[in-house]
Design a protein around this ligand. Structure first.
Ligand SMILES: Nc1nc2c(ncn2[C@@H]2O[C@H](COP(=O)(O)OP(=O)(O)OP(=O)(O)O)[C@@H](O)[C@H]2O)c(=O)[nH]1
Ligand SMILES: [Mg+2]
Length: 192
């Protein structure tokens, strides 16, 4: 699959404003700051498409990026960011739940985790939720470039074991583009 065009079509802050499901969608989920927006930029080859930040909690809306005028890449706000109030957490839950349970067009979920650390409790909760939804999903272990080559396998094993994955995570770096081909191939299969 070659991505020729990618444009932001909608930003949604409330589940009542979600666009009607129409074209196929693939969504990114993961902890705040894990690299969801960076992955979207890497995948589309458009550096400034999705806003990224070193401060967690950057993406607070669900953003719909129309790709090749044929399908949507969906950037979901991150979870697990400590500096948010109970009210904000509840609002995140409603928004994400509204999205995940109401999209017959959702072809697959990309669950991002940081390859540097073993999965956290919130990652396990998300992974369980994904399984219970029965939506096709794959795990991407991000920030691969931050781990020395000699230690990569060990970190990848910790991610796979920690999440109890039968299909191993795809190691990925938005900086070097490692893992990009494997990821693009997986998304293509979902879109067929
Ligand atoms: N070295 C390295 N840094 C990365 C990578 N991916 C993301 N980052 C950095 O990590 C920080 C967070 O990236 P974002 O893409 O904004 O993360 P996000 O998951 O969209 O975060 P929220 O919108 O807050 O949920 C930024 O400073 C990125 O430059 C990667 O593969 N390698
Ligand atoms: Mg983001």
């Amino acid at each position: 699959m070659q991505i020729k065009t990618a444009v932001l079509k909608a930003s949604v802050f409330n589940s009542t404003q979600l666009p009607k499901p129409a074209l196929p969608e693939i969504a990114m989920v993961g902890r705040s700051n894990v690299g969801k927006s960076s992955l979207i930029n890497c995948l589309t080859g458009r550096k400034g498409l999705a806003r990224t930040s070193s401060t967690p909690g950057k993406t607070q809306s669900i953003n719909f990026y129309l790709v090749n005028e044929a399908w949507y890449l969906v950037d979901l706000p991150g979870y697990g960011y400590a500096q948010v109030s109970k009210k904000e957490k509840a609002s995140w839950n409603r928004l994400i739940e509204g999205y995940l349970t109401g999209r017959p067009t959702l072809r697959g979920l990309v669950h991002l985790v940081d390859i540097r650390h073993p999965p956290m409790e919130s990652d396990l909760v998300m992974q369980d939720w994904i399984r219970s939804l029965g939506i096709p999903a794959l795990v991407v272990a991000t920030k691969l470039d931050k781990i020395s080559r000699g230690r990569r396998m060990q970190h990848l094993k910790a991610v796979n074991a920690g999440l109890g994955l039968t299909n191993p995570a795809i190691p990925f770096s938005a900086v070097t583009g490692e893992g990009l081909t494997e990821l693009t191939d997986a998304l293509s299969l979902w879109l067929e």
